[in-house]
Design a protein. Sequence first.
Length: 108
Amino acid sequence: MNQRLAPPCWHCGQPAPSGAFIARTPEGKRDACCPGCAAAIETIYGMGLDDYYRIRQDDAPAPDARRAELDLALFDIADLLAPHSTRYRMASVCDCSLAGSPVPPAAG
């Protein structure tokens, strides 16, 4: 799809090919450019913070690829993961939670 014709991402304003990533909100489905923005939209609505979209003055900043690479590199540091993961035969599972968060599990 031509990027210029794609609707803007509801969260960051980048081109969001219709239907590629969908965020579900009480107001209906919203197009997102990536799974990160879809998750941000659903989390903001799920926590009752949807006024953010009404009162904001600019789109959320687009993700910085280098910053994302550095953030994900933290998951390669075994000493940081050890207290939060369980080792199973061929893989490890990381146990993560947002303490006190009222966000419901994502619908399938």
